[in-house]
Design a protein. Structure first.
Ligand code: ATP
Length: 1127
DNA sequence: TTACTACTTATTTTT
DNA sequence: TAAGTAGTAA
């Protein structure tokens, strides 16, 4: 365990100021990306415990994701030890609420065994309800899908509106005629409320019915967790009396209900610290309210702000590019963000004809960077950030083809699979017999010949008798009530038996993992899968993986600590409040609400597969994730494909600025290298359409000041660049030259690259003759890529350049129309699929000749080329092409488009996952490779580049002059760790009605109408300057000398090894799929089979294991390469 | 009434 | 790509 006060010395003055800020003065730490916000928050927690003597259990730390919570725990273990860390109330708002609601459920009118209803089930419920309103909707010409209905309900809940509130509002609105309302909106320039009009009526009604169904099922959805949490803390002050400090990370993304939660949890201590960055608010679609910053100032008078202005994460070039992007948000308040690192390579911006080539580039470039960095970069240093998950397909297969191990973070996907849901539904039903969605899911799994009609009848009967459908079945089977129309008594006897057996096991305290195994045996689930699913083997693997997950949860469960903590809390409560707040009623408090089964089910509902256990994560893998999931994380190299209109911003986006911020968040994840790529075409229902670059990037390119932020040329990883990389990667050791030489040689021998190297097919295409592709295009005034240094050995033995780049000069912005000297073709014809197009060396005016197999779309495009562009299909004017004859042309106009398959063939040899060797001609069987080798190379031509090397530090924006540094940092004795200038001056602002330097657009705080205001009461708590209690008597504070238990500090909570406790072997390799000969009962208890190859694991297992979709190609010899054209 | 096969359709972002 | 849906045989 490290002494926290030693570590404090590494902070810069502003950071230190934030950490040591007086606990009782509410604090907002507002700072840009990479400024150490999370680090400061973590240190502040440690400081509060170590130096301010707050007991750990009195601290509430709220993170945005479970993963963030786990990471913070890991960091804290090193600072304050495992035991103390375990006592801190840390987690997402949802997880924290669930925890309290289990215990105090009765106080808010629910049962402690409530089931968390996931979005899928909610959707089904809403869909059913919507059907009942089908006609009304049709009559009123309203189309409403369950998805949007659910998000409407969610929006209402996020604002704290109950169904009754919504109905009341609808009634209010009904007093006004449609016309009056329209007029009012016109007059006041207001947007219609979602509860207005006929639709509002339906929404409120469905909301009400939905709530009724959930309550009837003893179930809470995600939003309910928060709403009932608020209810609990609002009604029961003693539920939050333990809390002496609330800290909230990613505050800019909290919604109204979450804010209310924070307010209530902090109601007794009034001690709050939040960190956030308005520029990184990307959850507006989930009702996040940036106004919460203002609300906090309103409700916590005396709130002070501290700004952190030093970025420690990224190179200056990356930061400059990020600033160029975010600056387009005109409503944004300008902020200072200083770099701590050298400029580094320019972020790369590249265009590609189609998605597959783009993905191929990403894969090839990752490989190249690993080689050219001499292994300084490894797979886990790379992330591909996507706007949405569906984009991962192409990337995954490209990485797979190159044999690059990868993992896809796809949120909750694993738990959405049918085999997982089946098993969970059984367990849910065992834990909560009233949970109807689980009942309907599993009554007929495996088939008991109980179909739709029968189930409907059971539900109907349940409603009549006011009991749960499970109870109906039980009573029928027991003979207590008559059977229903399609008789069921015989068919469901076994079902009831299963549930009862399981119930018994659970009550006897059987662990969730064992319960699952028992269930699998009881219902012969393996057999059922084999009968019903084609891919039963992979599904069975998934079930096994669920067992592993259960074991993981079991290992992370609090054992005795929980009881100990409660005793400590009670003692403290007594000490602090005496009888003032009243006692808990023993009848109402559920002491045994945290059963292992319940905790497991809850973890299944609340966790995402982002939280891959440490041992799996540490296996080197490229990460593929959405930009949203990347929040708060960092990687050495970030690649963002599909930076096109319709994706960034999404064509469905309601708030374009939020999309801009999302791109900003994605870019600022990068430490050393950043790549944005885009395609020039896209497929729309089989038709190839031109695709324009993201408006956000087009704007950066058209602005003279920011024009040079992105470059087309790839980083050479010169010594200087490697040194910069080493620096941003916290001093990672530089590779030695021999290593580089060897790796580069190996790379050259085995790999191909669409852009890099003399024969690269998609290299510098604008200079090449028109070749029939929607080619990568030269951007106006883009820095001209300098010639890649040539290496000896004619493309065989390549070494990265040791010298620095030649000095680069400013080049005047170059637009079309300039007759430029054209280089001889640099694109060898071998890469232009011979079947598609030929280009003519001497005649460079862009003749497109369709080859035999050319698709109709290719010829269509070719002929379209002669027509003027029409109906909005033009490529963005920001990216005109300079044709070889110097005209400005449109990509779509001039290029015949290849089919995906044709192009794919040129990126990676189909069927080869390691790339072609030198001998394997890229155009296998086409006999063109030799010709390529003999083709004369283009003369080396160094063109001036407009890239200006700025002196560092790069001050990206002038510091606000209006910055009144009212509170100076306390005298700092040691020198700061701020490596480079300029050290940021902490700026602490006193509360001021019109803060002179607001960090968000001025917002008039709205009176909170939904929740009753908390009475501001005189503070009666302990004096924070001194220990609240004599240290020796502090109940929960574990002595810190006892550090042996946390030396490594890493085996906390969820980091349990992923192996079965019994044999130590990975338990995912446990029971193989029960063969038809083996009896079902022996299937799950049979000894573990030898571990299968990673590639043998099912897709979903790999996903949950963070192995990506199919990564076997990397290490696994059994890996079967993809068939050409297959997917 | 249920079970099976073939076709359709939806995929922004997440707790 | 995988889940839901419609249509048909048993
Ligand atoms: N004083 C410091 N000296 C050196 N490195 C620091 C310092 N403060 C923070 N860092 C490093 O900067 C990086 C970013 O820190 P952190 O993730 O806490 O930033 P953040 O402000 O939370 O970023 P974001 O807003 O993007 O989530 C981390 O790698 C961290 O170790």
């Amino acid at each position: 365990m490290t002494n926290i006060n030693e570590l404090l010395k590494d902070l810069n003055p502003a950071q230190l100021q934030a950490v040591q800020h007086s606990p009782q003065i509410p604090l907002q730490i507002l700072a840009g990306p990479g400024s150490g916000k999370t680090k400061v928050l973590t240190m502040r927690i440690a400081h509060l415990i170590t130096n301010c003597y707050l007991p750990p259990w009195s601290i509430c730390a709220v993170t945005f994701t479970n993963k963030a919570a786990n990471e913070m725990r890991e960091r804290l273990v090193k600072l304050i030890g495992k035991d103390n860390t375990g006592l801190i109330k840390m987690g997402t708002f949802h997880a924290l609420c669930a925890k309290f609601l289990r215990r105090y459920a009765k106080y808010v009118g629910i049962e402690g065994n409530f089931t968390v209803c996931d979005a899928d089930e909610s959707k089904k419920i809403v869909a059913k309800l919507l059907k009942q309103h089908e006609e009304f909707l049709k009559d009123n010409n309203i189309t409403m899908k369950e998805g949007s209905m659910l998000s409407m309900i969610s929006k209402l809940k996020a604002k704290g509106l109950t169904a009754d509130d919504a109905l009341k509002k609808v009634a209010e609105f009904k007093k006004e005629s449609d016309q009056e309302r329209t007029l009012r909106h016109l007059r006041d320039q207001t947007k219609p409320d979602i509860l207005e009009g006929k639709l509002g009526h339906v929404i409120a009604t469905v909301y009400k019915e939905y709530e009724k169904l959930l309550r009837g099922s003893n179930s809470l959805d995600f939003d309910d967790l928060l709403l009932f949490g608020v209810k609990l803390f609002a009604q029961q002050k003693k539920a939050s009396s333990w809390c002496q400090h609330v800290l909230v990370d990613e505050y800019q993304d909290t919604n109204t209900t979450q804010y209310e939660l924070m307010r209530y949890i902090a109601q007794t201590s009034r001690c709050v610290t939040i960190v956030g960055d308005p520029d990184q608010s990307i959850y507006g679609w989930r009702s996040a309210e940036i106004e919460n910053l203002a609300n906090m100032k309103r409700d916590f008078p005396g709130t002070q702000e501290i700004y952190l202005e030093q970025n420690y994460r990224s190179t200056a070039a990356i930061l400059a590019a990020s600033m160029a992007i975010i600056s387009q948000d005109k409503k944004r308040i300008q902020k200072t963000l200083n770099t701590s690192h050298p400029k580094g390579p320019n972020p790369v911006l590249r265009a590609f004809p189609i998605e597959q080539v783009e993905a191929g580039f990403i894969a090839a470039e990752i490989k190249r960077l690993v080689a050219f960095s001499g292994g300084m970069l490894n797979w886990s240093d790379f992330v591909v950030l996507l706007r949405f998950n569906a984009l991962s397909r192409t990337i995954e297969s490209a990485l797979q083809k190159e044999g690059i191990p990868n993992r896809v973070l796809a949120g909750h996907k694993f738990f959405e699979r049918l085999e997982i849901k089946d098993v969970l539904a059984y367990l849910q039903l065992v834990d909560n017999p009233a949970f109807v969605p689980a009942f309907t899911r599993v009554v007929n799994v495996p088939s008991r010949t109980v179909g739709e009609k029968t189930v409907a009848e059971l539900l109907h009967r349940a409603e009549q008798l006011k009991i749960s459908p499970l109870q109906v079945v039980e009573r029928i089977v027991d003979g207590n009530i008559p059977d229903i129309k399609p008789p069921v008594k015989k068919k469901l006897g076994n079902f009831v038996g299963v549930i009862r057996d399981m119930r018994k096991f659970a009550n006897e305290g059987m662990s969730p993992s064992k319960l699952i195994q028992a269930l699998l045996d009881l219902i012969k689930y393996g057999e059922h899968l084999r009968k019903t699913q084609l891919d039963y083997e992979s599904r069975w693997d998934n079930v096994q993986e669920l067992i592993n997950f259960a074991v993981e949860v079991e290992n992370g469960m609090p054992v005795a600590a929980e009881k100990q903590m409660r005793d400590a809390e009670d003692a403290a409560h007594e000490e602090l409040w005496g009888d003032d707040l009243g006692e808990w009623d023993a009848d109402q408090v559920e002491d045994r609400s945290d059963t292992p089964l319940r905790l497991f089910l809850q973890a299944s509902m609340l966790s995402t597969d982002t939280e891959t256990p440490e041992d799996e994560k540490s296996k080197e893998k490229v990460t593929i994730a959405t930009c949203h999931a990347a929040k708060g994380l960092e990687w050495a190299v970030v690649m963002i494909p599909a930076v096109v209109d319709g994706v960034f911003p999404s064509s469905r986006a309601e708030d374009v600025d939020e999309e801009l911020r999302l791109l900003y968040v994605a870019c600022t994840r990068a430490q050393g290298l950043l790549y944005l790529t885009h395609t020039t075409t896209r497929k729309v229902s089989g038709e190839t359409m031109p695709q324009s670059i993201s408006q956000f990037i087009a704007a950066v390119r058209s602005e003279s000041k920011t024009r040079g932020t992105f470059a087309e040329d790839l980083p050479t990883l010169s010594l200087q660049e490697r040194e910069t990389l080493s620096k941003v990667l916290n001093g990672r050791p530089l590779p030695d030259e021999a290593e580089i030489t060897q790796r580069v040689a190996e790379y050259q021998r085995t790999s191909r690259h669409p852009v890099w190297g003399p024969n690269a097919p998609f290299k510098d295409l604008p200079n090449a003759p028109v070749n029939g592709y929607g080619v990568p295009q030269r951007y106006p005034a883009a820095p001209v890529p300098e010639q890649h240094p040539r290496f000896p050995g004619n493309g065989r033995v390549l070494l990265p350049p040791q010298q620095q780049k030649p000095p680069q000069q400013q080049k005047p912005p170059q637009y079309h129309n300039q007759s430029r000297q054209l280089n001889p073709p640099q694109v060898p014809p071998m890469f232009i699929a011979s079947s598609l197009v030929h280009f003519n060396d001497t005649h460079r005016s862009g003749i497109v000749r369709n080859a035999p197999q050319s698709t109709s779309s290719a010829s269509a495009s070719a002929s379209a080329a002669r027509k003027p562009p029409s109906n909005g299909l033009t490529v963005s004017t920001a990216t005109p092409l300079t044709s070889s004859s110097g005209r400005v042309v449109n990509a779509a106009m001039t290029r015949a488009l290849p089919t995906g398959n044709d192009l794919r063939n040129w990126i990676v040899q189909p069927g080869s996952h390691r790339g072609p060797t030198a001998d394997e001609s890229p155009s296998k069987g086409k006999g063109k490779a030799k010709a390529v080798e003999q083709r004369p190379r283009s003369p080396v031509k160094l063109e001036p580049s407009p890239v200006k090397l700025e002196p560092r530090p790069v001050k990206l924006e002038p510091p606000s002059a209006a910055l009144p540094a009212v509170v100076r940092p306390k005298g700092k004795t040691s020198t700061t760790a701020v490596k480079t200038e300029p050290s940021s001056t902490p700026s602490v602002h006193p509360p001021h009605p019109q803060a002179r330097r607001p960090t968000f657009p001025p917002i008039k705080p709205e009176p909170c109408t939904v929740f009753p205001p908390i009475k501001a009461e005189p503070y009666t708590g302990p004096d924070w300057g001194r220990p609240a209690m004599p240290i020796g008597r502090l109940p929960g504070l574990v002595k810190m000398e006892n550090s042996s238990a946390c030396v490594s500090g890493l085996q906390l909570h969820r980091s349990s090894p992923r192996s079965s406790p019994a044999d130590g072997r990975p338990s995912s390799s446990g029971p193989s799929f029960p063969s038809s000969s083996s009896t079902a009962s022996s299937s799950t208890s049979s000894p573990a089979a030898p571990s299968a190859d990673a590639s043998a694991k099912s897709t979903a297992v790999k996903r949950r294991l963070g192995m990506g979709r199919a990564t076997g190609g990397y290490t696994n010899k059994k890996f079967k390469p993809m068939m050409p054209g297959g997917s």
